[in-house]
Design a protein around this ligand. Sequence first.
Ligand SMILES: Cc1cc2nc3c(=O)[nH]c(=O)nc-3n(C[C@H](O)[C@H](O)[C@H](O)COP(=O)(O)OP(=O)(O)OC[C@H]3O[C@@H](n4cnc5c(N)ncnc54)[C@H](O)[C@@H]3O)c2cc1C
Length: 383
Amino acid sequence: MDYFLTEEQQMIVDTAREITNEKIIPVRAELDEKNEFPRALLEDIAKADLFSIFVPEEYGGFGGGCFDIAITLEELARGCVGVATSYAASALGMYPVLIAGSEEMKQKYLPSIAAGERWAAFGLTEANAGSDASGIQTTAILVGDEWVLNGTKQWITNGGESDIYTIIALTDPEKGARGASIFVVEDGDPGFSYGKKENKMGIRSSATRELILKDCRIPQDRLVGRKGTGFITVMKTLDISRPGIAALGVGLAQAALDEAVTYAKQRVQFGKPVISFQAVQHILADMAIQVEAARSLVYASAKHIDGNPKSMSKASSMCKVFATDTAMRVTTDAVQVLGGYGYMKEYPVEKMMRDAKILQIYEGTNQIQRNVIGQELNKEYSA
Ligand SMILES: Cc1cc2nc3c(=O)[nH]c(=O)nc-3n(C[C@H](O)[C@H](O)[C@H](O)COP(=O)(O)OP(=O)(O)OC[C@H]3O[C@@H](n4cnc5c(N)ncnc54)[C@H](O)[C@@H]3O)c2cc1C
């Protein structure tokens, strides 16, 4: 379907598509096999100016919105969700600064992020605080003119590879969720180090690592926004970034559909290409319907969010659930269409199926998204 992209948006898609076809696809299986961070690919993405998309023009960026980042992520995910996740994590890490940071903070960090010279990461999750983020135990205490952070963040994308981390910590533990604040911690800050690096089922080229804060001392002006407003900023951050995860699902599902159709046209059984069997055609037809429906919902939700509506949570959660559940189903169907070959590493669909799973889990599981949608419906219908 034609979504009538503007000339600039088509340029973004073409640029990302070229990187995917020429740089990412040739190396994705090796990166997956070796569990290797795609530093060189991220440098290529930086050279193509794609890190500037989510940064406002006044800080050296392209000034794009949720829609522009979604179409970029969709294209990169067609190549490899691990690589696309590493790219997306930099935007996620910088959204708190964009949303709540001071002018000085934006001037300090955003130009180098836009240029792709430095990458960011977002540190919320801890061993005992996943879906229930209010259970975090990391603390930040003001001592003299420095904040002192203590705690361990778990499963942080780009951990150990990024230069800048937004960390959520309790500044007033007795106030619960209203006692959390966000800080910028930089690679090399005293007391900041990296712990366990995870060995994962999928998105194996992305780095997922512990962040250890042990009497980590940072200047007072690294507090993002006002003290105590951390969770409000976190919720806004995730509302804006979730359509990006949904877009990863669309790109991945599209790639799986492409592989399945191409294979079904070539594979001959009973003297005919398997695509000539109606049972196979119906699987492919359902895959195609789901991919297009997911794309439409992601684009519509991203445009809704770019319009800066009063409430964006329902749209953000709906597209995340629908597109990532779609990615899981469509990649699984692609393996089925390829039969035994689909299960082998010679073909990319087994990796696609492994990569799809995380999309239903990170940035809030799809169960949590359904909770959000349900709560929003309840509010809407009481109004
Ligand atoms: C590869 C990877 C990368 C990640 N990257 C980052 C990152 O960059 N930064 C970051 O901060 N975090 C990151 N995370 C953490 C991620 O966001 C969490 O894993 C996710 O939010 C779920 O938390 P959990 O894994 O602790 O699951 P749990 O909260 O323990 O949930 C377990 C199960 O219970 C269900 N459940 C829990 N509560 C409810 C409820 N109230 N209603 C219904 N069902 C419920 C969940 O849906 C899930 O099925 C990453 C995780 C992974 C695996």
